[in-house]
Design a protein around this ligand. Structure first.
Ligand code: GRG
Length: 297
């Protein structure tokens, strides 16, 4: 049941997400190495921001967090796959993620690639299973469509390629915003939309939530850039300073750290303005906006 304390409620939902994911990755007929590589990354201590956004949006429109868990966890699986692939030698070549060796450093490159692939397909299996079980075929189809679009060629995957191509090249603010809105913004935005779609929200609500999600996506990325510049490696559990080393255009690099920080605050407030359009209590989405933007890891 939803409590009047959004933080406590979100904490309980975080535990429910962890539980659901653990059960999902219990031993079955898949190869052991594959399961272990998937489980290693899924249970590595992520903040679960995307599934929480799905749950918060669903709850705001009357659908319980418990019911929407499979859809919420699909978001986390896609996110985890993207991190595993992002860490590979052909991409960021990272040794550490969330304070632990990256998936390919532990299980080898081939198993890490395949674990990412299997997480991506499992996400769509979850959404289809949800639609069949709940008898909400149209909503589940809409969720699949939006998830595929946000994570695919014109969303996260496309954004990742643009990001790789931009390394060592001077790009302007508008190009940087475009890359980041695809690479990280699209999945955050669709996480919110999926929860609202599952709850049967109207097109006007989805439009307002898209505005909220897009502000959060950009603010999240700027915060990520600031953390890479000024954050504490121990707290974040990964190397910092990677952007500068790779000569990547980032918001602090283009605007200066102070102006970048100010921009995150403006985006946070703009996200809250979008929530006012919902004309209903949105404490969970407000709290998540705060957690996403003002985080230290
Ligand atoms: C490889 C297909 C493919 C896509 C990669 C998401 C992404 C695209 C790359 C990740 C690189 C990166 C560090 C981007 C910055 C934003 C981001 C996604 C940070 C990690 O998200 P958090 O903070 O992670 O939600 P946790 O660990 O809490 O789950």
């Amino acid at each position: 049941m939803k409590s009047s304390d959004p933080r406590a409620y979100l904490e309980r939902q975080r535990e429910a997400i962890d539980q659901y994911l653990l059960q999902l990755l219990e031993p079955g007929e898949e190869p052991t190495l594959l399961r272990e590589a998937m489980r290693y990354s899924v249970t590595a201590g992520g903040k679960r921001l995307r599934p929480l956004l799905t749950i918060a949006a669903a709850e705001t429109f009357g659908l319980s967090g418990q019911r929407v868990l499979p859809v919420a966890c699909a978001l986390e699986l896609i996110h985890t796959y993207s991190l595993i692939h992002d860490d590979l030698p052909a991409m960021d070549d990272s040794a550490l993620r969330r304070g632990r060796p990256t998936c390919h450093r532990v299980y080898g490159e081939a198993a890490a690639i395949l674990a990412g692939d299997a997480l991506l397909t499992l996400a769509f299996e979850l959404v289809a299973g949800y639609g069949l079980r709940e008898g909400c075929f149209e909503r589940a189809l809409q969720i699949s469509l939006e998830l595929a679009r946000a994570s695919g060629r014109r969303g996260m995957v496309g954004g990742q390629l643009l990001d790789l191509e931009s390394e060592g090249r001077m790009i302007g603010l508008s190009e940087l915003e475009r890359i980041d809105s695809c690479k990280t913004g699209a999945l955050l935005q669709v996480a919110v939309r999926c929860g609202a779609i599952a709850a049967g929200a109207s097109p006007a609500v989805l439009k307002a939530l898209s505005g909220y999600g897009s502000c959060l996506g950009l603010a999240f990325q700027i915060t990520d850039d600031l953390l890479d510049l000024e954050g504490d490696a121990a707290e974040m559990g990964k190397e910092v300073g990677a952007d500068r080393a790779r000569e990547k255009a980032t918001f602090p690099a283009l605007l200066g750290a102070e102006a970048a920080r100010k921009r995150t605050e403006e985006l946070y407030h703009q996200a809250l303005v979008y929530l006012n359009e919902l004309e209903r209590p949105a404490g969970l989405l407000q709290e998540l906006a705060r957690q996403l933007v003002f985080r230290n890891k």
